[in-house]
Write a protein that binds this ligand. Structure first.
Ligand SMILES: NC(=O)c1ccc[n+]([C@@H]2O[C@H](COP(=O)([O-])OP(=O)(O)OC[C@H]3O[C@@H](n4cnc5c(N)ncnc54)[C@H](O)[C@@H]3O)[C@@H](O)[C@H]2O)c1
Length: 244
Protein backbone atom coordinates (compact mmCIF):
# COMPACT_ATOMS: atom_id res chain seq x y z
CA UNK A 1 0.00 0.00 0.00
CA UNK A 2 1.40 3.40 -0.99
CA UNK A 3 0.54 6.54 1.01
CA UNK A 4 0.26 9.30 -1.58
CA UNK A 5 0.37 13.05 -1.22
CA UNK A 6 -2.40 13.69 -3.68
CA UNK A 7 -4.52 16.32 -5.34
CA UNK A 8 -7.95 15.06 -6.41
CA UNK A 9 -10.30 17.25 -8.44
CA UNK A 10 -14.04 16.61 -8.44
CA UNK A 11 -13.53 15.35 -4.89
CA UNK A 12 -16.99 16.38 -3.63
CA UNK A 13 -18.88 13.61 -5.43
CA UNK A 14 -18.78 10.27 -7.22
CA UNK A 15 -15.44 8.98 -8.52
CA UNK A 16 -13.37 11.89 -7.18
CA UNK A 17 -14.85 11.51 -3.70
CA UNK A 18 -14.31 7.73 -3.67
CA UNK A 19 -10.72 8.27 -4.83
CA UNK A 20 -10.00 10.90 -2.17
CA UNK A 21 -11.44 8.58 0.50
CA UNK A 22 -9.40 5.62 -0.77
CA UNK A 23 -6.13 7.59 -0.82
CA UNK A 24 -6.86 8.91 2.67
CA UNK A 25 -7.77 5.44 3.99
CA UNK A 26 -4.41 4.17 2.68
CA UNK A 27 -2.68 6.69 4.95
CA UNK A 28 -2.26 9.36 2.30
CA UNK A 29 -2.68 13.12 2.49
CA UNK A 30 -5.19 14.60 0.11
CA UNK A 31 -6.16 18.04 -1.19
CA UNK A 32 -9.76 18.01 -2.33
CA UNK A 33 -10.63 20.36 -5.20
CA UNK A 34 -14.16 21.01 -6.45
CA UNK A 35 -16.62 23.85 -6.86
CA UNK A 36 -19.06 23.38 -3.96
CA UNK A 37 -17.05 24.94 -1.11
CA UNK A 38 -19.40 24.13 1.80
CA UNK A 39 -19.76 20.49 0.79
CA UNK A 40 -16.02 20.18 0.25
CA UNK A 41 -15.32 21.61 3.74
CA UNK A 42 -17.78 19.11 5.23
CA UNK A 43 -16.14 16.15 3.46
CA UNK A 44 -12.66 17.29 4.43
CA UNK A 45 -13.69 17.81 8.09
CA UNK A 46 -15.25 14.34 8.04
CA UNK A 47 -12.00 12.79 6.77
CA UNK A 48 -10.10 14.69 9.48
CA UNK A 49 -6.33 15.04 9.59
CA UNK A 50 -4.42 14.80 6.29
CA UNK A 51 -7.38 16.21 4.28
CA UNK A 52 -7.61 19.76 2.94
CA UNK A 53 -10.50 21.44 1.13
CA UNK A 54 -9.31 23.75 -1.65
CA UNK A 55 -12.42 25.04 -3.45
CA UNK A 56 -11.59 25.60 -7.11
CA UNK A 57 -13.33 25.94 -10.45
CA UNK A 58 -10.92 23.96 -12.63
CA UNK A 59 -12.07 25.76 -15.78
CA UNK A 60 -10.64 29.04 -14.45
CA UNK A 61 -6.85 29.14 -15.02
CA UNK A 62 -6.26 31.87 -12.41
CA UNK A 63 -8.12 29.96 -9.70
CA UNK A 64 -6.23 26.80 -10.65
CA UNK A 65 -2.84 28.54 -10.45
CA UNK A 66 -3.63 29.90 -6.98
CA UNK A 67 -5.09 26.60 -5.74
CA UNK A 68 -2.23 24.41 -6.95
CA UNK A 69 0.30 26.76 -5.33
CA UNK A 70 -1.74 26.45 -2.10
CA UNK A 71 -1.85 22.63 -2.39
CA UNK A 72 1.96 22.43 -2.65
CA UNK A 73 2.22 24.67 0.43
CA UNK A 74 -0.21 22.47 2.36
CA UNK A 75 1.18 19.11 1.24
CA UNK A 76 4.86 20.01 0.87
CA UNK A 77 5.08 17.90 -2.26
CA UNK A 78 2.56 16.12 -4.48
CA UNK A 79 3.16 12.67 -5.96
CA UNK A 80 -0.28 11.93 -7.42
CA UNK A 81 -2.80 14.12 -9.24
CA UNK A 82 -6.21 12.75 -10.19
CA UNK A 83 -8.27 14.88 -12.58
CA UNK A 84 -11.80 13.64 -11.90
CA UNK A 85 -13.78 16.91 -12.07
CA UNK A 86 -16.21 16.73 -14.94
CA UNK A 87 -19.58 17.79 -16.27
CA UNK A 88 -21.99 15.92 -18.47
CA UNK A 89 -25.52 16.32 -19.74
CA UNK A 90 -27.19 15.16 -22.92
CA UNK A 91 -28.26 17.77 -25.47
CA UNK A 92 -29.63 17.68 -28.99
CA UNK A 93 -27.38 19.53 -31.45
CA UNK A 94 -30.08 22.20 -31.70
CA UNK A 95 -29.60 22.90 -27.97
CA UNK A 96 -25.80 22.59 -27.97
CA UNK A 97 -24.90 26.24 -28.23
CA UNK A 98 -21.48 27.82 -27.71
CA UNK A 99 -22.12 28.26 -23.99
CA UNK A 100 -22.70 24.58 -23.19
CA UNK A 101 -19.90 23.58 -25.59
CA UNK A 102 -17.41 25.94 -23.90
CA UNK A 103 -18.46 24.86 -20.42
CA UNK A 104 -17.97 21.15 -21.20
CA UNK A 105 -14.61 21.68 -22.90
CA UNK A 106 -13.61 24.15 -20.16
CA UNK A 107 -14.21 21.74 -17.28
CA UNK A 108 -13.45 18.37 -18.90
CA UNK A 109 -10.45 19.24 -21.10
CA UNK A 110 -9.03 22.66 -20.22
CA UNK A 111 -9.42 21.88 -16.49
CA UNK A 112 -7.14 18.81 -16.54
CA UNK A 113 -4.66 20.79 -18.68
CA UNK A 114 -4.52 23.75 -16.27
CA UNK A 115 -4.24 21.51 -13.20
CA UNK A 116 -1.69 19.12 -14.75
CA UNK A 117 0.49 21.91 -16.10
CA UNK A 118 0.65 23.75 -12.77
CA UNK A 119 1.44 20.48 -10.99
CA UNK A 120 3.95 19.19 -13.55
CA UNK A 121 6.01 22.38 -13.19
CA UNK A 122 6.49 21.50 -9.49
CA UNK A 123 6.36 17.69 -9.31
CA UNK A 124 9.37 15.46 -8.75
CA UNK A 125 10.52 12.30 -10.54
CA UNK A 126 8.35 9.29 -9.70
CA UNK A 127 5.11 11.31 -9.51
CA UNK A 128 2.12 10.66 -11.71
CA UNK A 129 -1.03 12.25 -13.11
CA UNK A 130 -4.21 10.31 -13.86
CA UNK A 131 -6.94 11.80 -16.03
CA UNK A 132 -10.46 10.40 -15.94
CA UNK A 133 -11.56 9.85 -19.52
CA UNK A 134 -14.56 7.76 -20.46
CA UNK A 135 -15.70 4.97 -22.75
CA UNK A 136 -16.78 8.02 -24.79
CA UNK A 137 -13.10 8.87 -25.27
CA UNK A 138 -13.25 6.11 -27.91
CA UNK A 139 -16.88 5.97 -29.04
CA UNK A 140 -19.34 8.44 -30.47
CA UNK A 141 -22.78 8.77 -28.91
CA UNK A 142 -25.63 10.96 -30.08
CA UNK A 143 -26.66 13.71 -27.60
CA UNK A 144 -23.08 13.73 -26.22
CA UNK A 145 -21.15 15.64 -28.91
CA UNK A 146 -19.48 18.09 -26.50
CA UNK A 147 -18.76 15.37 -23.92
CA UNK A 148 -17.30 12.93 -26.50
CA UNK A 149 -15.09 15.69 -27.93
CA UNK A 150 -13.82 16.64 -24.47
CA UNK A 151 -13.08 13.05 -23.46
CA UNK A 152 -11.41 12.15 -26.78
CA UNK A 153 -9.28 15.29 -26.44
CA UNK A 154 -8.28 14.20 -22.95
CA UNK A 155 -6.57 11.11 -24.42
CA UNK A 156 -4.51 13.36 -26.72
CA UNK A 157 -3.60 15.53 -23.74
CA UNK A 158 -2.62 12.43 -21.73
CA UNK A 159 -0.39 11.00 -24.44
CA UNK A 160 1.30 14.30 -25.34
CA UNK A 161 1.99 15.23 -21.72
CA UNK A 162 3.31 11.71 -21.05
CA UNK A 163 5.73 12.12 -23.96
CA UNK A 164 6.98 15.49 -22.74
CA UNK A 165 7.25 14.53 -19.06
CA UNK A 166 8.83 11.08 -19.54
CA UNK A 167 12.35 12.49 -19.39
CA UNK A 168 11.59 13.75 -15.86
CA UNK A 169 10.01 10.36 -14.95
CA UNK A 170 6.60 11.93 -14.39
CA UNK A 171 3.95 9.56 -15.71
CA UNK A 172 0.62 10.62 -17.22
CA UNK A 173 -2.16 8.07 -17.73
CA UNK A 174 -5.92 7.90 -18.19
CA UNK A 175 -8.61 5.66 -16.76
CA UNK A 176 -11.61 5.36 -19.06
CA UNK A 177 -14.69 4.17 -17.17
CA UNK A 178 -17.96 2.83 -18.56
CA UNK A 179 -21.15 3.64 -16.63
CA UNK A 180 -20.50 4.33 -12.95
CA UNK A 181 -23.21 4.71 -10.34
CA UNK A 182 -22.74 8.38 -9.37
CA UNK A 183 -24.88 11.54 -9.17
CA UNK A 184 -23.69 12.43 -12.70
CA UNK A 185 -25.12 9.20 -14.10
CA UNK A 186 -28.37 9.64 -12.19
CA UNK A 187 -28.97 13.19 -13.42
CA UNK A 188 -28.24 12.05 -16.98
CA UNK A 189 -30.85 9.31 -16.70
CA UNK A 190 -33.39 11.78 -15.30
CA UNK A 191 -32.98 14.01 -18.39
CA UNK A 192 -34.92 11.47 -20.45
CA UNK A 193 -38.74 11.30 -20.39
CA UNK A 194 -38.51 7.53 -19.71
CA UNK A 195 -35.72 7.25 -17.11
CA UNK A 196 -36.41 3.70 -15.97
CA UNK A 197 -36.33 2.37 -19.53
CA UNK A 198 -33.11 4.30 -20.22
CA UNK A 199 -31.59 2.98 -16.99
CA UNK A 200 -32.35 -0.61 -18.06
CA UNK A 201 -30.88 -0.01 -21.53
CA UNK A 202 -27.77 1.53 -19.96
CA UNK A 203 -27.24 -1.63 -17.90
CA UNK A 204 -28.11 -4.03 -20.74
CA UNK A 205 -25.51 -2.58 -23.09
CA UNK A 206 -22.70 -3.40 -20.61
CA UNK A 207 -21.33 -6.93 -21.18
CA UNK A 208 -20.94 -7.38 -17.39
CA UNK A 209 -24.62 -6.33 -17.04
CA UNK A 210 -24.11 -3.77 -14.31
CA UNK A 211 -22.59 -0.36 -13.63
CA UNK A 212 -19.38 0.11 -11.69
CA UNK A 213 -19.32 1.53 -8.19
CA UNK A 214 -17.17 4.66 -7.75
CA UNK A 215 -15.00 2.61 -5.37
CA UNK A 216 -14.15 0.13 -8.17
CA UNK A 217 -12.88 3.04 -10.27
CA UNK A 218 -10.92 4.39 -7.29
CA UNK A 219 -9.28 0.94 -6.94
CA UNK A 220 -8.19 1.08 -10.60
CA UNK A 221 -6.85 4.64 -10.17
CA UNK A 222 -4.70 3.63 -7.21
CA UNK A 223 -3.53 0.50 -9.03
CA UNK A 224 -2.52 2.53 -12.11
CA UNK A 225 -0.79 5.12 -9.93
CA UNK A 226 1.47 2.31 -8.69
CA UNK A 227 2.18 0.86 -12.15
CA UNK A 228 5.62 2.39 -12.52
CA UNK A 229 6.21 1.38 -16.18
CA UNK A 230 2.85 2.72 -17.40
CA UNK A 231 2.75 6.11 -19.08
CA UNK A 232 0.62 7.49 -21.90
CA UNK A 233 -1.83 4.64 -21.29
CA UNK A 234 -5.61 4.85 -21.53
CA UNK A 235 -7.01 2.00 -19.48
CA UNK A 236 -10.63 1.01 -20.11
CA UNK A 237 -12.46 0.03 -16.92
CA UNK A 238 -15.84 -0.28 -18.56
CA UNK A 239 -17.37 -3.70 -17.98
CA UNK A 240 -16.49 -4.51 -21.58
CA UNK A 241 -18.42 -1.77 -23.43
CA UNK A 242 -15.54 -0.86 -25.72
CA UNK A 243 -14.56 -4.50 -26.29
CA UNK A 244 -17.58 -5.34 -28.42
N1 LIG B 1 -20.38 8.38 -13.85
C1 LIG B 1 -20.05 7.83 -15.00
O1 LIG B 1 -20.75 6.96 -15.52
C2 LIG B 1 -18.76 8.21 -15.68
C3 LIG B 1 -18.33 7.42 -16.76
C4 LIG B 1 -17.14 7.77 -17.41
C5 LIG B 1 -16.42 8.86 -17.02
N2 LIG B 1 -16.87 9.62 -15.97
C6 LIG B 1 -16.06 10.78 -15.61
O2 LIG B 1 -15.64 10.63 -14.27
C7 LIG B 1 -15.46 11.92 -13.69
C8 LIG B 1 -16.25 11.99 -12.39
O3 LIG B 1 -17.62 11.83 -12.69
P1 LIG B 1 -18.71 11.43 -11.58
O4 LIG B 1 -19.61 10.46 -12.22
O5 LIG B 1 -18.02 11.11 -10.33
O6 LIG B 1 -19.50 12.83 -11.51
P2 LIG B 1 -20.15 13.63 -10.28
O7 LIG B 1 -21.11 14.57 -10.90
O8 LIG B 1 -20.63 12.69 -9.24
O9 LIG B 1 -18.90 14.45 -9.71
C9 LIG B 1 -18.31 15.46 -10.49
C10 LIG B 1 -17.39 16.28 -9.62
O10 LIG B 1 -16.79 17.30 -10.43
C11 LIG B 1 -16.94 18.52 -9.76
N3 LIG B 1 -16.95 19.64 -10.70
C12 LIG B 1 -17.85 19.92 -11.65
N4 LIG B 1 -17.52 21.05 -12.30
C13 LIG B 1 -16.37 21.49 -11.72
C14 LIG B 1 -15.53 22.59 -11.94
N5 LIG B 1 -15.79 23.51 -12.86
N6 LIG B 1 -14.43 22.73 -11.16
C15 LIG B 1 -14.14 21.82 -10.20
N7 LIG B 1 -14.91 20.76 -9.95
C16 LIG B 1 -16.01 20.59 -10.71
C17 LIG B 1 -18.23 18.41 -8.98
O11 LIG B 1 -18.29 19.37 -7.94
C18 LIG B 1 -18.07 16.98 -8.47
O12 LIG B 1 -17.22 16.96 -7.35
C19 LIG B 1 -15.93 12.94 -14.73
O13 LIG B 1 -14.81 13.43 -15.43
C20 LIG B 1 -16.79 12.11 -15.64
O14 LIG B 1 -16.85 12.66 -16.92
C21 LIG B 1 -18.02 9.33 -15.28
Amino acid sequence: MISYKAIVTGASSGIGLATARRIHADGGTVALLATRAALLEEISADLGERAYAVPTDVSDPDQVAASIARCFELLGEVDLVVNAAGVDGPAHLADLGPEKWSRTIGVNLSGPFYVSRECALRMKAGSSIINIGSELSFMGMGLYVDYCASKAGLIGLTKAMSAELAERNIRVNAICPGPVDTPMMESEIQWFPNPEEVRKQAVDRVPLKRWASPEEIADAIVYLAGATFATGAAWSIDGGTTAI
